[in-house]
Design a protein around this ligand. Structure first.
Ligand code: IMP
Length: 191
């Protein structure tokens, strides 16, 4: 089966690719000639994931899925949440976003946070959703160089390493996106 992953983020593509079995052939947006920025205009992860998947399905008429992810920090009342990509304003880099989080948490003891992912799949015109979450905490400084986004400041519960200190395989054992992707794979296997 061929599926498009509606993302321009090569890190996400790599993470998800390594979780799919060889019955699912993942194609990138580049392969179908889609170079545009995919909109995400809503205020929930689910709506944004659905919007991204619909954008590709409606335009290219091809089975596809998209994910939307947010980092929710307890002491910041769930911020940056659905605004994780543009927390420090637009345009902004991963560094800008991490710096903003670190500044806002300066002197705060409660560093609990979680990553949440929602995957929206559109298969033959029908929508399906898969969710994944990982709990952890925000470190006091950036640690590690791998991964992307907030990985250098997020340490998953039960581990002594940040996501950015983990190999792709290690992150994929526990991450929000991996948990949602595994549910997607199970669903596709059983239909
Ligand atoms: P998106 O809208 O799903 O692309 O995710 C919003 C933002 O969350 C991204 O720009 C990243 O900064 C961050 N993000 C998403 N997934 C991860 C992850 O696995 N690790 C760290 N940050 C992530």
């Amino acid at each position: 089966m061929e599926l498009i992953f509606a993302t321009n983020n090569l890190h996400k593509l790599k993470e998800v690719q390594s979780l799919l079995d060889n019955k699912i052939k993942l194609r990138s947006l580049k392969e179908i000639g889609c170079a545009e920025e995919i909109p995400e205009d809503y205020e929930t992860l689910k709506e944004n994931a659905a919007q991204k998947a619909h954008y590709i399905f409606d335009k290219y008429n091809i089975n596809c899925f998209a994910d939307d992810t947010g980092l929710e920090i307890d002491a910041l009342n769930g911020e940056p949440g659905v605004y994780s990509a543009r927390y420090a304003g637009e345009p902004c880099s991963f560094e800008d976003n991490m710096n903003k989080v670190l500044e806002k948490l300066q002197g705060i003891e409660n560093r609990k946070a979680c990553f949440k992912t929602v995957i929206a799949l559109i298969l033959e015109g029908k929508e399906y959703y898969f969710e994944g979450q990982v709990n952890g905490e925000i470190l006091t400084e950036k640690t590690g160089i791998d991964g992307f986004g907030y990985d250098p400041i997020f340490k998953p519960e039960g581990y002594d390493l940040s996501f950015a200190q983990m190999s792709l395989d290690e992150k994929n054992k526990i991450s929000h996106r991996a948990r949602a992707t595994k549910k997607l794979v199970e669903f596709l296997k059983n239909r």
